[in-house]
Write a protein that binds this ligand. Structure first.
Ligand code: MN
Length: 202
């Protein structure tokens, strides 16, 4: 069974950039619904969750399950949300990138400010519901930005996932309404660069 992973911080800890009500709704209602529905569909499909979402995703992708697309949607949403929530940290614990990550950011984007700016610009372009990613291109060894729609994520055979920002409206609409740019600039204060560094080393 998939579980609803608990957060490494409380719902109010990302204030003022992401408000407590949004975090509560996002985690305890939206993510919980994806987890519950994924478990229900896995049971209906007689499919096993083997403890790793991406492995399970791949198994389903290569199966003939009647519920295939619905199941991929739920699993993708659980994976993306866990990745998003783990990539955030309370502002008072924020640490700018350093070491190898900093060097890589500088060689790929010039500097951290430029990366943050490009990240926000790309996230502004997403039409409909989607996700803004920072990834490592495994072939070139460079960092890249890319987006995915709905419940999709970048191909993990070609790209190491480093960071994702949820750009579905439910991630920001309560506080920011249609002001996506304000959500995006706010979230730059609560990026967990330490975990990005860990993900880079995996
Ligand atoms: Mn979401």
């Amino acid at each position: 069974m998939l579980i609803l992973k608990s957060l490494n911080y409380s719902y109010s800890d990302l204030e003022p950039y992401i408000d407590s009500d949004t975090m509560n709704l996002h985690h305890s209602k939206h993510l919980r619904a994806y987890v519950d529905k994924a478990n229900m569909l896995l049971a209906e499909s007689n499919a096993d969750f083997n403890g790793n979402i991406l492995d399970t995703y791949n198994q389903i992708l290569n199966s003939n399950s009647a519920q295939k697309q619905a199941l991929l949607n739920q699993l993708g949403q659980v994976y993306n949300h866990d990745f998003y929530f783990e990539g955030l940290i309370p502002a008072d614990s924020y640490q700018a990138p350093n070491g190898k990550l900093k060097t890589l950011i500088e060689s790929s984007f010039g500097d951290i400010k430029n990366l943050e700016q490009e990240l926000q610009e790309e996230a502004m372009k997403i039409f409909g519901s989607g996700w803004q990613w920072l990834v490592l291109n495994k072939e070139s060894g460079c960092l890249e930005l890319c987006s995915s729609n709905n419940a999709l994520f970048p191909d993990y055979n070609s790209y190491t996932h480093l960071l994702v920002i949820d750009v579905w409206e439910h991630a920001y609409y309560l506080k920011y309404q249609n002001r996506r740019a304000e959500y995006l600039s706010g979230i730059m204060n609560i990026i967990n660069w330490k975990i990005v560094d860990d993900r880079l080393k995996q």
